[in-house]
Write a protein that binds this ligand. Structure first.
Ligand code: NDP
Ligand code: OXD
Length: 309
């Protein structure tokens, strides 16, 4: 069976080697060396060009390289009768938790202010804030949000979350649905976005929602750039409403040279590597789904086309 690999975000040859090691019988083809398109039955893709997946008439499985599938769903010609599956990986989840923890603690322990003082050789005592006085809000309580919330609650922070459905996670007050978004936002000293990018969540970090946060709040976006209205975020930072933002993802990646985020004193930019899929770690679950497809067994980690995640 022929499997197509398309990615610009990973080393396709490294992934092909992993797949061949795990499943020597699979005929792994690297785009653009697709061969006869009729022979392709599975495609493993990251940000595929629009129209690519439609060109394989016998496709039976589309597997994402990562956890997010927004770039695949953005293709208007996507063959939506073909099941789409994604990555859920313990190591990736731990990496995201590390990222969230690192930047929450940076904010909580006023690391940026102390670094600025150090540059000025200024020995300045900053009054500490107890973790129990900070409210950390997580938008998106799926695989990544729940893991981050559980770890953060061990530090004594107050945790609130927002998702589509109500959650029961120890130590976390759950808000759900659009009607409870504003009440959730009013509490958050730190707002962490771990939502999938869908038509409902695009632009959710906007002038309106930012204005509901308490003054001095901090933003961490490790989900997708499309969640943030960049001009609104810059306005909230420049008007001293927000104390800062850590951004791993952007509307346009790589971030262009002259983008104001690069040099903004209140913005930390990371190059979309909060949590990556590692070939040796993730290839086995992709091969497992290809086997399931071949054997007519239920697929794992399947995306619901109607929800968009
Ligand atoms: P999941 O699908 O497991 O969780 C998504 C969560 O978002 C769920 O809790 C869901 O609610 C909630 N949600 C979805 N739509 C809405 C909505 N309209 N209103 C309120 N809540 C909503 O996703 P993951 O945790 O696995 O990943 C989240 C995202 O993180 C990915 O889609 C990807 O974009 C991003 N990501 C970024 C990485 C990076 O390196 N920067 C790495 C990996 C992922 P409910 O539970 O009720 O369905
Ligand atoms: C993902 C990502 O979605 O790395 O997995 O952004």
């Amino acid at each position: 069976m022929a499997v197509l690999i398309y990615t610009k975000a990973h080393d396709p040859a490294e992934w092909a080697d992993e797949f061949r090691k795990l499943a020597p019988d699979l005929d792994i083809r690297l785009h653009p060396n697709t061969g006869n398109p009729n022979e392709i039955e599975a495609a493993v893709v990251a940000k595929p060009p629009h129209g690519l997946l439609k060109s394989f008439p016998n496709l039976k499985l589309i597997h994402a390289f990562g956890a997010g599938v927004d770039a695949i769903l953005a293709d208007p010609t996507l063959p939506r009768h073909v099941p789409l599956t994604r990555v859920i990986d313990d190591r990736l989840t731990v990496a995201m938790t590390e990222y969230v923890l690192l930047h929450v603690l940076r904010f909580h322990r006023q690391v940026d202010a102390m670094a600025a003082n150090q540059r000025n050789k200024s020995w300045k005592w900053l009054p500490p804030v107890d973790a129990a006085e900070r409210v950390i809000g997580i938008m998106g309580m799926g695989t990544l949000g729940v893991a981050a919330a559980q770890k953060l609650s061990q530090f004594g922070f107050q945790l609130v979350s927002w998702s589509r459905s109500l959650k029961a996670v120890d130590g976390v007050t759950s808000f759900h649905g659009e009607e409870h978004l504003d009440s959730f936002l009013r509490l958050c000293n730190v707002l962490i976005c771990l939502l999938p990018l869908t038509p409902q969540t695009r632009g959710i970090i906007s002038r309106r929602t930012l204005s509901l946060l308490p003054r001095g709040a901090y933003i961490i976006n490790a989900a997708r750039g499309g969640h943030v209205v960049e001009a609104d975020l810059l306005h909230a930072l420049d008007s001293e409403w927000l104390s800062g933002a850590t951004l791993d993802v952007f509307d346009e990646e790589p971030l262009r040279d002259n983008h104001p985020f690069w040099t903004h004193p209140k913005v930390t930019v990371t190059p979309h590597n909060a949590a990556d899929s590692i070939a040796a770690q993730v290839a086995p679950q992709i091969v497992d789904n290809i086997r399931r497809m071949q054997q007519g067994q239920p697929l794992l980690r399947q995306v619901d086309y109607s929800r968009g995640y």
